[in-house]
Design a protein around this ligand. Structure first.
Ligand code: SAM
Length: 222
């Protein structure tokens, strides 16, 4: 089985005004966010990121952590499922210029507005049906993406991650460890369709036959 491990501990912590968002957010905001278009990435904060722009402080440390933890060779191949505008892919390629990098995202907007050097490596598609052969990648990563699917499709996506990986995989999911965390998650959640206690996610991983590593996005209090 995979390991529960926080490989995102070098990712800068964001301040999340959970109560404020909970007060203002409507079902319509959620519906718009779930289109994963301009409003989600570059619209106002209630629809998503409120401006999704590249900054090296986001992923530089994390891609080093992935390389070291998984012992990636200089010519390794890595897939990012839910790659958005390709920012993590870009930082991977800076760190390991000889590698093969690929990304997939459901958002045409994100691909069309991706960081320029990564655009050609991003495919628009669904995590439930990855357009790659079995065991294509040394490492498959999917951060805060699969939980945007309904439960059965989450399992499909996990099976797909498992299928296209020849060695390692790492996914993160919206989750909670206790009741307070659950309440914060329900207030904060904008796009996820499937979120649950971490122990329940572990059962889903087992049901899907997913043997890669995992960690959680937990809505912490501000
Ligand atoms: C919260 S963002 C995370 C982006 C990036 N992985 C990061 O951590 O910054 C979720 C991403 O998943 C993409 N997405 C949502 N549903 C998807 C699906 N079914 N298949 C592939 N990508 C999906 C969205 O377009 C968006 O780019």
């Amino acid at each position: 089985m995979g390991q529960e491990i926080n490989l995102l501990d070098g990712y800068p912590a964001a301040k999340r005004p959970i109560d404020e968002r909970a007060r203002l957010i409507t079902p319509e905001h959620r519906a718009v966010a779930r289109e994963f278009g301009r409003d989600f990435f570059d619209g106002d904060r209630l629809h998503g990121y409120g401006g999704y722009n590249y900054h090296p402080r986001f992923w530089t440390e994390t891609v080093r952590r992935f390389r070291d933890h998984y012992g990636l060779k200089p010519d390794a191949s890595v897939l990012d499922v839910g790659c958005a505008k390709g920012f993590m892919m870009h930082d991977f390629k800076l760190l390991m210029p000889g590698m093969t990098i690929a990304g997939l995202d459901i958002s045409e907007y994100a691909r069309d507005h991706a960081i320029e050097d990564m655009r050609e490596f991003i495919q628009v598609g669904n995590a439930t049906a990855l357009p790659y052969a079995d065991q294509s990648f040394d490492l498959v990563i999917s951060i805060n993406t699969i939980h945007n699917l309904a439960l059965e499709d989450c399992k499909r996506a996990l099976r797909e991650v498992q299928r296209v990986s020849r060695r390692s995989a790492f996914v993160t999911m919206d989750a909670w460890r206790n009741e307070a965390g659950r309440e914060r998650m329900l207030k904060w959640n904008l796009t996820a369709l499937t979120y649950m206690h971490i122990e329940d996610w572990k059962k889903v991983f087992a049901e899907a036959g997913y043997t890669g590593d995992y960690y959680w996005f937990i809505a912490e209090s501000a």
